[in-house]
Design a protein around this ligand. Structure first.
Ligand code: SF4
Length: 356
């Protein structure tokens, strides 16, 4: 299937009944005005003008809690998009919301307006983390909302945050394992960033919270991502999308921000895969060539060659050659000791002991 063309429509904090400690939705979406039906028309038309490929177009409402918005406004916004969908100009509609803003009435409306996908901002399934983050709902609400969404036949996306107040690697792994039981269609992972004008920043300044370092966030993301990979749940994003404002020293005051955090995480996983594969095997002449997809070659190289150096040191190599080859993202071809072996990455991923 061709790549999705996404038309993003931001609904900043409009209708959100809550005030999570980490959230300043106006900052995250960089829009502070309410969205009107005229805005929706013009955003869609503007994007339709950009797209060369007019197929597989999805309108996605981001930010805020869509189903907490006044129902008349929800209906007005969705009416515009339903027209485009009926004319087959757009193919999918996605909204995101809070688990406690889902019930039969809400889902009936979303079905009527032909919404396809509902993403729930879950963040954690640990009660203490939910409480300390002021999420305003407990974990049972997440299971109930997810079940209902699936019963209605929507695609379900779940968002998980790492490093919230009270969170630990173990609690994040628990959340990931519970997500697997819920069986969503996809997941997003967000290591927590400290954004301007949030309670989290106040807590940080008062010594009540400490943000993850980038290294800690990469390690936690790696362990959590492995759980999803092994269970065949697509992770469609790691880390907030960098924008003009979502940058360190702009709206992000501190925290594990990195524009390519996913690449750092996947590089660490591939490093482990190679260590697991070679285990007691020795590369006799110290020369290893790896053939992989462009994406995996970038991850194997790492930022400024860090992962390449780690592999070289760990396997005691004289030379590591990384070569791009069109073999998909699931496999690597290893050339060493006059042998050529194609390995499946998944076969050499091992979980943290706490996961087993
Ligand atoms: S529920 Fe979502 S939009 Fe509302 S405060 Fe929390 S994170 Fe922000």
């Amino acid at each position: 299937m061709s790549k999705k063309n996404i038309i993003p429509i931001f609904v900043p904090h409009l209708g959100c009944p809550n005030d999570c400690v980490f959230c300043n939705q106006k900052k995250i979406t960089a829009v502070s005005t309410n969205v009107s039906t005229e805005d929706v028309y013009s955003i869609i038309e503007e994007y339709l003008g950009y797209f060369k490929d007019k197929k597989n177009i999805e309108v996605a409402f981001y930010g805020g809690s869509f189903t907490a918005i006044d129902q008349n406004i929800q209906r007005e916004l969705l009416t515009v998009i339903k027209e485009y969908k009926k004319k087959k100009i757009i193919s999918e509609i996605r909204i995101s919301t809070r688990p406690d803003c889902i019930d039969n009435e809400v889902l009936d409306i979303l079905k009527f307006y032909l919404v396809d996908t509902i993403e729930l901002g879950v963040q954690s399934l640990d009660e203490n983390v939910l409480n300390r983050s002021n999420r305003g709902h407990d974990s049972s609400c997440v299971y109930r909302a997810s079940k209902l969404i699936k019963e209605y036949g929507f695609n379900l996306g779940l968002q998980q945050m790492l490093g919230l107040p009270g969170d630990t690697l173990e609690k994040s792994l628990y959340t990931a394992r519970e997500f697997i039981k819920i069986d969503p269609d996809f997941v997003r992972i967000y290591p927590t960033l400290v954004i301007k004008e949030t309670q989290l920043l106040k807590d940080l300044e008062n010594g009540l919270y400490s943000a993850l370092t980038l290294e800690e966030a990469v390690n936690m993301s790696k362990e959590v991502l492995k759980v999803y990979i092994i269970n065949n749940i697509p992770v469609i994003r790691i880390g907030l999308q960098p924008t003009d404002n979502i940058q360190l020293n702009k709206d992000v005051v501190t925290g594990p921000f990195h524009p390519s955090i996913r690449q750092l995480v996947e590089g660490e996983i591939l490093f482990e895969v190679l260590k697991n594969y070679f285990n007691d095997l020795k590369v006799e002449d110290g020369v290893l060539s790896i053939f992989a997809s462009g994406k995996n070659i970038s991850s194997l190289s790492g930022q400024k060659g860090t992962i390449k150096r780690k592999i070289t040191d760990a396997l005691n190599l004289k030379r590591l050659k990384l070569r791009e080859k069109n073999i998909g993202n699931e496999n690597l071809i290893l050339n060493y000791n006059n042998l050529e072996k194609e390995i499946k990455i998944l076969d050499f991923i091992t979980l943290e002991r706490t996961c087993i």
